[in-house]
Ligand binder design. Structure first.
Ligand code: HEM
Length: 437
């Protein structure tokens, strides 16, 4: 009897300990997100932090009108006007990768690429190349310290983060001022133009501080996620030469495959890209198996029931994108990389709205998802049509999930321009490609 009583006490104690740990874990992780804003935001920014979400303070519940502005920034017309610039930035980058005598670190290089895309295309800044390199280094220092504890001591991560933010904001302010003065000679409206113009239309002219915060947050949202997905895309094309060949066939059939020296700079169109169904499947499958972000936070606005459990109003909950993809009953052989699962014949994602959510879901779904997909598609087209690439290590690297999914060694790859053996995978490359994780 005494023994049973002791067992019960011990079980209750374990349960209590578990509850305390989970509550502490939730509280700590939520605090971390708050701290992130403490580090990324300037104290003079008055907009409140959205409660319980990953929260980009300039949008969502804090300013409904800004949501409309963002929908313009990522509208079909806007994407069409960014497309030639995105293609040029990617082509330039691939040329640089191919002329590099050594293998490159793909994750590092795709981070530079997405940063460049955000600065040159999305924000339309004409910062000289040298200054852009310096800004990128400062930006990396900022991102590395975004999650640091707010202990403002010399040499602390927090201090380094604040210093990096100050330098970045100075650089952004200079670029914004130059841009505001020189509006002539532009052939398209970038996201920053739309942000400035649309906020005026809504009678809310943005202050310089809000513009700096807005641009920094756009870069932050676009940068690591898109670099992670781009790296996964390159790794999967390397691992699955048959997928790359099928993609090339589709491009060949549509007359898109470039030949010798690539005369078709900046000529892709949105409607051409949306006609490439296999390409769409490849991108979807990369985003299913290698979703860059694990999940997100929400505050429960109304008590609800889930699988017999009551979740009370006011609780913080976390949803997991990765677990959802891993357990969704609609996907067959979940661990297999198989773009055809999204093809017309199978359409495994057609049932259920919330089985496939690489960009989140609900009202706070990713606002840049169409831009991100567009970027990945152009990268895939350019890789397939202008580059030959080989894994430079004996085996494929392990993947880590923090802070976003990426290969532990960054993925070492040697790029070549296409030779006279256009778009064919060379036999020795094939042997290399069959290297496994
Ligand atoms: C492959 C690339 C990307 C992935 C996987 C991704 C994923 C996500 C996810 C999962 C969320 C929702 C987080 C939550 O549930 O709270 C989100 C939010 C957001 N994303 Fe993305 N994203 C990507 C690229 C981009 C790009 C390129 C931009 C813009 C330039 C962008 C802008 C945003 C913004 C503004 C939000 C906040 C929406 C809100 O809080 O209402 N994202 N993203």
């Amino acid at each position: 009897m005494l023994f049973e009583g002791l067992e019960l006490v011990s079980a209750l104690a374990t349960l209590a300990a578990c509850l305390v740990s989970v509550t502490l874990l939730l509280a700590v992780s939520q605090q971390l997100w708050q701290l992130r804003w403490a580090a990324t935001r300037d104290k003079s920014c008055k907009l409140p932090i959205p409660k319980g979400s990953m929260g980009f303070p300039l949008i969502g519940e804090t300013g409904h009108w800004l949501l409309q502005v963002f929908s313009k920034i990522f509208s079909h017309e806007a994407l069409q006007s960014y497309l030639p610039k995105i293609q040029l930035v990617i082509q330039d980058t691939l040329r640089a990768w191919s002329s590099h005598p050594e293998a490159i670190n793909v994750y590092q290089e795709t981070q530079k690429l997405t940063f460049r895309m955000a600065i040159r295309v999305l924000l339309g800044f004409s910062i000289p190349e040298e200054d852009l390199g310096h800004l990128f280094e400062v930006y990396q220092q900022f991102v590395e310290n975004v999650f640091s504890l707010p202990v403002d001591l010399p040499f602390s991560g927090y201090r380094r983060g604040i210093q990096a933010r100050q330098i970045l904001q100075k650089g952004l302010e200079k670029a914004i001022r130059e841009k505001l003065q020189c509006t002539q000679g532009k052939d398209y409206s970038d996201a920053l133009d739309i942000l400035i113009e649309s906020s005026k239309e809504h009678g809310k002219e943005m202050t310089m501080q809000e513009l700096k915060d807005g641009t920094l947050e756009l870069i932050f949202a676009a940068y690591a996620t898109t670099a992670s997905a781009s790296t996964s895309l390159i790794m999967q094309l390397l691992k699955h030469p048959a997928v790359l060949e099928k993609l090339r066939e589709e491009l060949r059939a549509q007359g898109i495959l470039h030949s010798g020296g690539c005369p078709c700079e900046g000529t892709l169109r949105l409607d051409t890209l949306s006609g490439l169904h296999y390409l769409d499947c490849v991108i979807k499958e990369v985003m299913r198996l290698f979703t860059p972000i694990s999940g997100g936070y929400r505050t429960v606005l109304q008590t609800f029931e889930l699988d017999g459990f009551q979740i009370p109003k006011g609780w913080s909950v976390m949803y997991s994108i990765r677990d959802t993809h891993d357990t969704a009953p609609v996907f067959k052989d979940v661990n297999v990389f198989d773009p055809d699962r999204f093809g017309q014949a199978r359409s495994e994602d057609k049932d259920g709205r919330f089985h496939y959510l690489p960009f989140g879901g609900g009202v706070r779904t990713c606002l840049g998802k169409h831009l991100a997909k567009l970027f990945l598609k152009v990268l895939a087209v350019e890789l397939a049509s202008t580059s030959r690439f080989e894994l430079a290590t004996r085996t494929f690297p392990r993947i880590t999930l923090v802070p976003v999914l990426h290969p532990v060694d960054g993925l070492s790859v040697k790029f070549f321009g296409l030779d006279s053996n256009q778009n064919k995978i060379l036999p020795e490359t094939e042997a290399m490609l069959s290297a496994t994780v």
